[in-house]
Design a protein around this ligand. Sequence first.
Ligand code: GLN
Length: 514
Amino acid sequence: MNQEKIIVIDFGGQYNQLIARRVRECNVYCEIYSYKTDIEQIKAMNPKGIILTGGPNSCYEEGAASCSKEIFELGVPVLGLCYGAQLMMYLLGGRVCKAPVREYGKIEVQIDKSSKLFGDVSEKTICWMSHNDYIEEKAPGFRIVAHTTNCPVAAAECEEKKLYAIQYHPEVLHTQEGSKMLCNFIYEVCGCTGSWRMDTFVENSIQAIRKKVGTGKVLCALSGGVDSSVAAVMLAKAVGEQLTCVFVDHGLLRKNEGDEVEAVFGPNGPYNLKFIRVNAQQRFYDKLKHVEEPEQKRKIIGEEFIRVFEEEAKKIGAVDFLVQGTIYPDVVESGLGGESAVIKSHHNVGGLPDYVDFKEIIEPLRNLFKDEVRKAGLELGIPENLVYRQPFPGPGLGIRIIGEVTPEKVKMVQDADAIYREEIAAAGLDRGIGQYFAALTNMRSVGVMGDERTYDYAVALRAVNTVDFMTAEAAEIPWEVLSKAANRIVNEVEHVNRVLYDCTGKPPATIEFE
Ligand code: GLN
């Protein structure tokens, strides 16, 4: 694909994925690469522009993440953000040191409107800062185009060489005019045309899949979630009957979900594909017996999934391709795309064993963020209720049951979750909240019911608001809704005597519990 592209060079900053998303919101395709990426490889990608991210290091310290100085001589525009800005100045002969006053939070910045970055930005604008170091002295050939009370170089530029350095974080929404600034870099400096559009992506993907698959047979791992559903429909449109969707009911699905998936993708649904449902519940329960460690559970579930597919594939005959609904954050969070640490291995990425009996894996959504997957889904004509379905992890309830998974616990969390979702929907909150679900904690505690002592489990309710699932805040659910759900859960779900609400955001918590 020869499309215009911006490259984000990741120095381990917290917001690296946000940068890529913001760029894509400006309709320009963007990918994240580690700062260790070879300069030749970067050149070969022929980017329209390069963005250097923030990062935890101090650029003047030994062993700090760095890049080749050559990156500034490619003739490709470079925008350094925070650490990236400091590094640019440092490598090009400026001075970076510990700031006398560190800046954190929303800070008013005075900008110079004559910079291409700031043409349509207000002269005083609120920006998000998060730095201990600062640029004490700009590099030769640069001019300062923004400052704050405590930060003499909040932005600097060398227009001639198309190099730009910004100390704050325009990618964070707290920077009120941040998107404008990024857009200005992309359009005014890099000269992009804005060719990243979901309809073309979908169309190109379908064509590319057709070409790749040829007359081959394709097997799709259908979980019923948004990602795998979108992937499945894309494949169905590309190769129709050559596609067999295997839906593994691993016994870790939400209440009634297996039947719901079958209703959509099965023989009575609208799509032209072969659908096989495998009821493998007991197999998964057996494998998960006595296993408590989250990563181990994820691996077991992921591996068992692959085994089930292999068996189905053998029954079907030779299969050439396996489809997975991996999306971009899975790739990056698994430590593959950028520089961020492995937080948890993703079912679709980390759980894949070495031995797989297929010729190749197709991941048509591998480069998309969640909101882009939804847009692609709508573009493919998938009904809205499916596209906006609550996200559900590959390992399913396996990671919403803390500790050992048993069929009894699965039933508890299914019932509690169904009640919670019913109450959220009844209050009209279902489309307003990013994600919400019930989990079963591993905690048992004393309660009293019908004058009798109980020693039962605690259900944790979770609801978060998020744009991109990279960061999230706990949602403020009205008390009436929570207390009604809590009441119903302890009354209707056996062996649950306590309901807790999770108030933490991501970070420091993750959205799922394990
Ligand atoms: N570590 C650098 C500093 O403290 C950069 C911080 C960042 O990129 N957010 O100034």
